[in-house]
Design a protein around this ligand. Structure first.
Ligand SMILES: Nc1ncnc2c1ncn2[C@@H]1O[C@H](COP(=O)(O)OP(=O)(O)OP(=O)(O)O)[C@@H](O)[C@H]1O
Ligand SMILES: [Mg+2]
Length: 254
């Protein structure tokens, strides 16, 4: 059994009187695809927001490798190798496709503002390198021909791919995808499944996935956590989860 990469324990998030996440526990292992599913409002995105440093959890511990990251802001969480996409695509819509990938790398580049202003060789070198990386990722995602187009003008499926490229270019250890198949057509969904498989195989990344599309979830996940009303109801293999009466009840209401 492979080692834990991300360990979440006793995670609770309260919004006023609402317990959006209630004692959620799970671990994501190295190179694993781990999915969180559950009906609308179950608390899935709130788990992402806590893990990714967008919310400070009410209680609980989040550990990446052996480093506690609970309560760190998202840019610091990213430095631990954990990055995410959003349920609603968030790109710099007025920047070009290529620029979106260059911006993403800046936070991870070693060279600072001073080197940039002085245009020192180290800065020019890293700029050239950043561009090379960006173009490679555009190639990989099949969207290189749109490099100089405004990101907001891309077809929706391509925006989703660009968002994943923007994560991958920072070389994460854990990629968090919040409903990546939403709004995609059946062909694009099949391509997304192949893409997730390829990312974990070729880049060794682990994936934490929130998704409503059952065919994608069952096809791509190693293990699945089912949530309902903020609570974890079962964690298991796809075939275990699919046939669990509690899961069927959560989805069908009886
Ligand atoms: N910032 C917030 N302030 C107050 N309540 C919130 C906030 N964020 C989420 N909630 C509430 O927490 C609950 C869980 O929401 P969450 O977005 O995590 O669900 P979800 O499982 O991602 O649902 P969906 O499948 O519809 O995306 C909902 O009742 C939601 O209204
Ligand atoms: Mg959500």
């Amino acid at each position: 059994m492979s080692e834990a990469l991300l360990t979440v324990s006793g995670l609770t998030m309260r919004f006023g009187g609402l317990l959006a996440v209630d004692q959620v526990e799970f671990e994501v292992r190295k190179n694993e695809v781990f999915a969180i599913i559950g009906p609308n409002g179950a608390g899935k995105t709130t788990v992402f927001n806590c893990v990714g440093g967008f919310y400070k959890p009410t209680t609980g511990a989040i550990v990446m490798g052996n480093k506690p990251i609970t309560g760190l802001p998202s840019h610091k969480v990213a430095r631990h190798g954990l990055v995410r996409t959003f349920q609603n695509v968030r790109l710099f819509k007025n920047l070009t496709v290529l620029e979106n990938l260059l911006v993403a790398q800046h936070t991870h580049m070693e060279t600072g503002l001073l080197q940039g202003l002085l245009k020192l060789p180290s800065f020019r070198h890293s700029e050239a390198n950043a561009k090379k990386q960006a173009v490679q990722w555009l190639d990989f995602m099949g969207i290189r021909e749109y490099a100089n187009r405004e990101a907001g003008n891309l077809a929706y499926g391509h925006q989703r791919r660009l968002e994943i490229a923007r994560c991958m270019i920072t070389q994460p250890r854990l990629l968090m995808l919040d409903e990546p198949a939403a709004g995609l057509n059946p062909q694009e969904k099949r391509e997304l499944q192949a893409l997730i498989d390829q990312l974990r195989r070729e880049y060794g990344v682990a994936v934490l996935l929130i998704e409503h599309d059952m065919s994608l979830v069952m096809g791509v996940s190693d293990r699945i956590l089912v949530m309902e009303h903020g609570k974890p109801i079962i964690t298991g293999l796809p075939q275990e989860v699919r046939t669990d009466p509690r899961v069927i009840k959560a989805y069908l209401g009886e």
